[in-house]
Design a protein around this ligand. Structure first.
Ligand code: AP5
Ligand code: MG
Length: 215
C-alpha cells in the first residue's frame, strides 16, 4: 500500500506511523525525521533545512521534494510506503502525483488524523524524543518512558525538540492551516481521503486507522 498521513503537528502521525508501518509491512518515511537526522549528522541538506525548521516554517520545496523522492526510490519502498509529513502543501502533492505516475504507481489512501488544537498543544508540550532516532517518541504523562529521560527502545537520551517551544508551535499550527490543510481538499477530490479521530488511546487510534484503510 502507498499511504499518506496528514494531521496537525502533535496529532500523533509519528506515533501511529510506527504501528501502521509494522502492521502493513511497509517503511515509515517521515520527512521531519529525515531532516532531523541530516541536522544531527551536520550534512549540507541539514544545514540548509535547520533555520526553517527552527522557525516552524516549511523547508523549501526544492530541498524537500528531492529528499523525499530519493527516500521513496530506496528498494525497501518498492512495494509501498507510509508517508508522514509529506506532502505538506499542494505543490508537493502535485510533485508526488507526478513522481508516482512516472513510475506507473498511485496512492491508495490518505489518512487524516483529526484532533482539536488544545489537545495537540498538550501533546507537543509533553513530548520527548530520542537523540539517536527522532522516531522514538514519548510523552511525559501520556506515554512516559520506563526510566526518566531514557529511551525504552534503544537507551538513548530523551530531549525536547527545539521547535516544540510555545512560539514556534503557534507558527507551525498557522503554517498547517494555511499551507497543509488545502491538501485535504486536493485528496478528497481524488476520492482518497479517510478521516478518523485521533483522540483516545494510541491502540484505539491504530485500530480506527486500520479499519479506515481496509474500507
Ligand atoms: P515534523 O517532524 O513532521 O513535525 P509535525 O508535522 O509538526 O508533526 P509532529 O512530529 O510535531 O507531530 P506528530 O503528528 O508526529 O505527533 P507525535 O506522534 O510525535 O516536521 C518538523 C518540521 O520539519 C516542519 O515544521 C518543517 O519545518 C519540516 N518539514 C517536515 N516535512 C516537511 C515537508 N514535507 N515540507 C517542508 N518542510 C517539512 O505525537 C505527539 C505527542 O503526543 C507525543 O509525545 C506522543 O507520545 C503523544 N501522543 C501521540 N498519540 C497520542 C494519543 N493517542 N494520546 C495521548 N498522547 C499521544
Ligand atoms: Mg512527527
Amino acid at each position: 500500500m502507498r499511504i499518506v498521513l496528514v494531521g496537525p503537528p502533535g496529532a500523533g502521525k509519528g506515533t501511529q506511523a510506527a504501528f501502521l508501518a509494522k502492521n502493513l509491512s511497509i517503511p515509515h518515511i517521515s520527512t521531519g525525521d529525515l531532516f532531523r537526522a541530516n541536522i544531527s549528522q551536520n550534512t549540507e541538506l541539514g544545514q540548509r533545512a535547520k533555520a526553517f525548521m527552527d522557525a516552524g516554517d516549511l523547508v523549501p520545496d526544492e530541498i524537500t521534494i528531492g529528499m523525499a523522492k530519493d527516500r521513496m526510490e530506496q528498494p525497501d519502498a518498492a512495494n509501498g510506503f507510509l508517508l508522514d509529513g509529506f506532502p505538506r502543501n499542494v505543490s508537493q502533492a502535485e510533485a508526488l502525483d507526478a513522481m508516482l505516475t512516472d513510475a506507473g504507481m498511485k496512492l491508495d489512501a490518505v489518512l487524516d488524523l483529526e484532533v482539536e488544537e488544545d489537545e495537540v498543544v498538550k501533546r507537543i508540550a509533553g513530548r520527548r524524543i530520542c537523540r539517536n532516532d527522532s522516531a522514538h517518541v514519548f510523552h511525559v504523562s501520556y506515554a512516559p518512558p520506563k526510566t526518566d529521560g531514557v529511551c525504552d527502545t534503544c537507551g538513548g537520551e530523551l530531549y525536547q525538540r527545539g521547535d516544540d517551544s510555545e512560539g514556534t508551535v503557534r507558527n507551525r499550527l498557522e503554517v498547517y492551516h494555511t499551507q497543509t490543510e488545502p491538501i485535504i481538499d486536493y485528496y478528497k477530490a481524488q476520492g482518497l481521503l479517510r478521516t478518523i479521530s485521533a483522540l483516545g488511546d494510541v491502540q484505539d487510534v491504530t485500530q480506527r486507522a486500520m479499519d479506515a484503510l481496509k474500507k
